[in-house]
Design a protein around this ligand. Structure first.
Ligand code: HEM
Length: 202
């Protein structure tokens, strides 16, 4: 931390943070925020990247569409994040009574917000189980949550996946899944424990 502070402004994340208003935080607040960012950005982006490999492997017609039309990459990024939904849900505690489309919620109730289910809502997304790289409303997904706690790293996450797809396209590289992946057993992180892939040229 001190090293980055003394080195002056630089484009890496830690330097950007230490030379931002976060510099007024004490060491514990700074470390707490740093850990939150590391944890928040770990399983999520990693599993979106694996989701990209598995999704395009599962839908070869979409893979071909993307390989022939790299300008679809920005939209495909949103669609990968929708289709994968790396965090299945978050939980909130209701602060006051509310009527949610006819479902009564009482103050103190614990509410599970299933992003994974919302992203498969067939009244919003046609053929929701399919990854469609040029899906017109892909950006309506709820993978980053909604409202005041919406993911603070959303733009960074999109950028990371976009760079991955662009660099793969530049090299004309395709990941081929060579064995059924092993999934994480749990209802929070919706991801993969392992996925064997090999790369080929197209
Ligand atoms: C595809 C990748 C990602 C997904 C799907 C994702 C998803 C989420 C979700 C669902 C939330 C909770 C929203 C809520 O409580 O309403 C969240 C919060 C958060 N995310 Fe992400 N995230 C991703 C990437 C990242 C990255 C790259 C970072 C940091 C570098 C990050 C940092 C955070 C932090 C710090 C919060 C807490 C924000 C708050 O409570 O105010 N996330 N994320």
């Amino acid at each position: 931390m001190d090293e980055r502070k003394n080195r002056g402004e630089a484009p890496d994340l830690i330097s950007r943070m230490i030379h931002s208003p976060m510099k007024d935080m004490n060491q514990f607040e700074y470390m707490g925020n740093l850990i939150l960012l590391i944890v928040g950005g770990n399983d999520t982006t990693r599993n979106s990247m694996s989701g990209y490999a598995y999704g395009l492997h599962s839908f070869q017609d979409e893979r071909e569409k993307l390989e022939k039309n790299p300008e679809l990459i920005p939209n495909a990024v949103s669609e990968v994040i929708r289709w994968q939904t790396p965090l299945a849900h978050m939980r909130r505690t209701a602060l006051k009574d509310h009527d949610l489309f006819g479902a009564p919620i009482k103050a103190g109730d614990k509410i599970g917000m299933w992003y994974l289910s919302a992203n498969r809502d067939e009244t919003v997304f046609d053929n929701p189980d399919k990854l469609i790289v040029d899906r017109e409303n892909a950006r309506r997904h709820l993978s980053f949550g909604y409202g005041i706690h919406r993911c603070v790293g959303a733009r960074l996450a999109e950028l990371q996946i976009r760079v991955l797809l662009e660099e793969m396209a530049k090299r004309r590289l395709r990941p081929n899944v060579v064995a059924e992946p092993v999934r994480v057993a749990g209802c929070f992180v919706h991801g993969y424990r392992s996925m064997d892939v090999e790369l080929s040229k197209y």
